[in-house]
Design a protein around this ligand. Structure first.
Ligand SMILES: NC(=O)c1ccc[n+]([C@@H]2O[C@H](COP(=O)([O-])OP(=O)(O)OC[C@H]3O[C@@H](n4cnc5c(N)ncnc54)[C@H](O)[C@@H]3O)[C@@H](O)[C@H]2O)c1
Length: 458
């Protein structure tokens, strides 16, 4: 069967896999291939056990795979046979040299650009899907055109706004799709090709276009704004605990102002995920690079508050559990950085587990989807750590439970049964404010939510 377009995506991760599965699912006339250098990841994408957990993803992949959606390690063939190449490789924070701990590590990106240049035999549209520092498209264009082989490359910016846990819903019905291009006739022509792809299922007014630098920057700024809201409410949660106020009541009152809005105002143990911290630090680095010290300091504060909130949670546990956690069993309810994903990158639970081990506690971890990743994250940590899938079994014999992830199942457990099996006095630290605190207190627990007075029996 011949296809109308041949689309390639380089990088089969949390972004490349779901986004391409959705394009293939919505556009049976296009052939979509996703390649990766990691053969194990590709084998998983071709199996019944996909490499990532996302509600609804299995169905979308199964509907298109083998028909017009293919996963492969054949990067060279993929590049040669496609007209449009999405690049979704990872862009983590740099850990070495200039900008270490702040700037984006662009080595995977740079390598991909060189591969595209090497294997291309015809004109291509290159789409930046990875989150990148502003002006990366320019660097990419320079690498691509340096071969001077007469092949035309048009680079577009099309940042991905999906949120893990709701990726399929976000891809099917996005708030917006952003496409940035150069404003030249060729740039605009390439942009229109991408607009046409998304138009297969997304209404025109949701597809917005801009100049390429605005598009690159918008992704960093969107994540900075989202994380800023979390740090804002988390900073207020600390004050609420001192002032006997209730952060949920404050958030409700503030969020009902339509200028502010009520979303993303849940106080918690802190944000995690592979993007927020990395993208803010990247923004901070850019501001410093352009000598905008005040702007850089302002945004860096968002990350500082997040670190403070994570540490505050542990210090509160230490404080209320009689200033020692040594030899106490503490159960972490949830390890994923948020509910409905198995992703644990930058999860506050990693920090909590490590800090509790430092305090010589014995840590039991339970999570419905993230135990494999938790084991990888903590493999170098020396201390008493165990991993138990069943939350009842995990919490038995523990002195405390700390809710780290807002999995819905944790709100529906039989806490009477759990209380009976725990060491006394029994504590619950609700790092996500998802439990019924009064009810837990009545059962006998000492309860410590975020941003509200604790409920104690002594
Ligand atoms: N995870 C999210 O929720 C999210 C959301 C929006 C944007 N982003 C951005 O998207 C990008 C990808 O994120 P992710 O979470 O999918 O990362 P990921 O680590 O899950 O996936 C990246 C994949 O790229 C592959 N890769 C690296 N170099 C390659 C090469 N030269 N050739 C082929 N494959 C290569 C890796 O093996 C890996 O499988 C990042 O820039 C991230 O900031 C992520």
């Amino acid at each position: 069967m011949s296809f109308e377009k041949n689309i390639l995506c380089i990088g089969a991760g949390y972004v490349g896999g779901p986004t391409m599965a959705m394009i293939a699912y919505k556009c049976p006339r296009y052939r979509v291939t996703v390649v990766d250098i990691d053969p194990e990841r590709i084998a998983q994408w071709n199996s019944d056990d996909l490499p990532i957990y996302e509600p609804g993803l299995d169905e979308v992949v199964k509907a298109a795979r083998g028909k017009n959606l293919f996963f492969s390690t054949e990067v060279e063939t993929g590049i040669r046979e496609s007209e449009i190449i999405f690049v979704s490789v990872n862009t983590p924070t740099k850990t070495f040299g200039a900008g270490a701990g702040m700037a984006a590590d662009l080595q995977y990106w740079d390598k991909t650009a060189r591969q595209i240049r090497k294997y291309s035999k015809s004109n291509k549209i290159i789409v930046e899907k990875s989150t990148l520092p502003v002006k990366t498209a320019q660097a990419m264009e320079r690498i691509l055109t340096s071969a001077d082989n007469g092949i035309r490359f048009d680079v577009l910016s099309n940042p991905e706004f999906l949120a893990e846990g709701t990726a399929i819903r976000d891809l099917e019905d996005p708030d917006r799709v952003l496409i940035g291009s150069t404003q030249t006739p060729n740039g605009l022509k390439a942009r229109d090709v991408l607009v046409e792809i998304y138009s297969n299922w997304i209404r025109g007014e949701r597809i917005i276009t801009s100049n390429i630098w605005s598009s690159e920057l918008s992704k960093l700024v969107a994540n900075a704004f989202l994380a800023q809201r979390i740090s804002s409410i988390n900073s207020i949660s600390a004050l609420c605990e001192k002032a006997d106020a209730d952060v949920e009541e404050v958030a409700r009152a503030v969020g009902m102002d339509s200028r502010v809005g009520n979303k993303f105002l849940n106080a918690s143990v802190g944000f995690g995920g592979s993007c927020f911290k990395k993208d803010i630090l990247n923004l901070v680095y850019l501001c410093r690079y352009y000598d905008l010290k005040e702007v850089a300091d302002y945004w860096e504060g968002v990350v500082r508050i997040n670190d403070y909130q994570k540490e505050r949670f542990i210090l509160n546990m230490l404080n209320v559990m009689f200033n020692t956690l040594a030899n106490k069993r503490i159960c972490l309810f949830g390890f994923a950085f948020k509910a409905d994903t198995g992703d644990t990158r930058e999860s506050p639970a990693i920090f909590a587990a490590k800090r509790l081990i430092e305090e010589r506690a014995s840590v039991v971890i339970t999570d419905p989807k993230a135990l494999k990743n938790a084991m990888k994250d903590l493999r170098d940590v020396a201390g008493e750590l165990s991993y138990v899938e069943d939350p009842y079994e995990a919490s038995a014999g523990c002195s405390a439970i700390a809710v780290m992830t807002e999995w819905a199942i944790y709100a529906d457990l039989d806490y009477k049964k759990i209380y009976r099996s725990m060491a006394k006095p029994a504590f619950i630290f609700d790092g996500r404010n998802i439990l019924d605190h009064e009810k837990l207190f009545e059962i006998g627990f000492n309860v410590f939510p975020i941003g509200k007075p604790g409920l104690t029996h002594f």
